[in-house]
Every structure is written in structure tokens, then in C-alpha cells.
Design a protein around this ligand. Structure first.
Ligand code: PCA
Length: 223
């Protein structure tokens, strides 16, 4: 009888970023660290923290992909000022930094991948995830732009690296400030880290449970 490779438990890669822009913390870093080693829906979570640096962030992502060989990738980043968990729809092939990264680089209108496509769509079921989060009383929405800073850089590099892998779903989730950070930014919304942790767990569970495609429900914007 032909031997089959032993079926290994699947792996989910969750990435976050180190603090940037003068912040002392980054909720995405804390979430990746909290989830590292956890088992969610029978899958082992590998949590990794990426440098907030153009180029180096992409290299660290590639190393994490090679290391974890994940079935699912949920990349996280902080979007201070947003009130909802943002399921990003699209990554675009441009670095255009409004502020310097953590090493002083500030690229303007440079492609992330020379000759790469203008954009990639997330392969996560973003509508189903937004639906599941809202059903769990977690504020969530589809977002039409991940910006043009290091988060979009990693998001694009992620989808480019997996562009020939139909078997691996991947996407990017921006999270608001933590409550603690929001307290230092008058008027800015924040969410408790525990709630954001539950949001990432629900995101993973939903992505693993939707076999293919997505929920038919609007997440659009008029302008
Ligand atoms: N947010 C930034 C980069 C790192 C992070 O957490 C962004 O949205 O590009």
C-alpha cells in the first residue's frame, strides 16, 4: 500500500508590527504575541512580530512563511483613528510614506514589486468575517484601502508571495488603537485588547470554516 505522509495539524500565521510613529506599544504586536502557540479550530497559531521598516518587514514575512508553512495568514497592523476592526480588501503596488519608517526611510511612489500587478485582492472571506464579528458585537467593516505605508507593503508582499497558492488564504486586518493608547489621543477611538483578541480568533475560525468564496453581502462604499 502506498504510504501517505502523516497528516499534520494545520498552521495559521498571525503577524503584527512593532510600535511606530512615536507610540510605545502596537496592539497588533500584542495580539500576535498573545496568540502565538494557541490552538484555534484545530490549527496551531504561529505569532510573529515584524519590524516597521520597508524591505525588512517583507523579508521577515517571507522567513515566517517559510518557517510556519501556514494554511492561513492573518496579518495585523495598527490603524490609529479607526473605530472598527478593518478587513482590508485590496493591497496596492506602491510605497508612499507620509512619515518615515522606524529606520528613517520614506519612499515616495516606489513599486513594492517591480513589474508586479497594480493590486491584489485579499483571499480571506472578508464579508463573512465582518458578519461573524458583528454577530459577536465586535465593531467591524470592510476597508477599501490599507494605506501606502508599511502595512500595505507587507499586505502586498504577502499576496504576491502566495499568488500561485490557491490552498492558502491570506489577508490583512487593521485594528484601532488599544484603549490604553486611545486615552493618550484625545478624541481617538480605541478598543480593549481582549476584544481585539477575540476578533482575531473569530477571524481565524471564520476563514477556516468558509470553504471557498465569500458571503454575498455589501461591504462597499459610495465614495
Ligand atoms: N501600522 C502601520 C505600519 C505598522 C502598523 O502597525 C500601517 O498601517 O502602515
Amino acid at each position: 500500500m502506498a504510504t501517505r505522509r502523516t497528516q499534520r495539524a494545520g498552521t495559521v500565521l498571525v503577524t503584527g508590527f512593532e510600535p511606530f510613529g512615536g507610540e510605545a506599544t502596537n496592539p497588533s504586536q500584542e495580539l500576535a504575541q498573545r496568540l502565538d502557540g494557541r490552538v484555534v479550530a484545530g490549527h496551531r497559531v504561529v505569532g510573529r512580530v515584524l519590524p516597521c521598516r520597508f524591505g525588512a518587514a517583507r523579508e521577515a514575512l517571507h522567513a515566517a512563511l517559510a518557517d510556519a508553512a501556514p494554511q492561513l495568514v492573518v496579518a495585523l497592523g495598527q490603524a490609529g483613528g479607526r473605530a472598527e476592526i478593518s478587513l482590508e480588501r485590496v493591497a496596492i503596488n506602491v510605497d508612499d510614506a507620509r512619515i518615515p519608517d522606524n529606520y528613517g526611510a520614506q519612499p515616495i511612489d516606489l513599486p513594492i514589486v517591480a513589474d508586479g500587478p497594480a493590486a491584489y485582492f485579499a483571499t480571506l472571506p472578508i464579508k463573512a468575517i465582518v458578519h461573524a464579528l458583528r454577530a459577536d458585537s465586535i465593531p467591524a467593516a470592510v476597508s477599501q484601502t490599507a494605506g501606502t505605508f508599511v502595512c500595505n507593503h507587507v499586505f502586498y508582499a504577502l499576496l504576491h508571495a502566495l499568488s500561485r497558492r490557491d490552498d492558502v488564504r491570506a489577508g490583512f486586518v487593521h485594528v484601532p488603537y488599544s484603549d490604553e493608547q486611545a486615552a493618550r489621543h484625545p478624541g481617538a477611538p480605541g478598543l480593549p485588547l481582549d476584544l481585539m483578541e477575540r476578533a482575531v480568533v473569530r477571524t481565524i475560525e471564520t476563514a477556516l470554516s468558509v470553504a471557498r468564496g465569500d458571503r454575498q453581502e455589501t461591504g462597499g462604499a459610495v465614495s
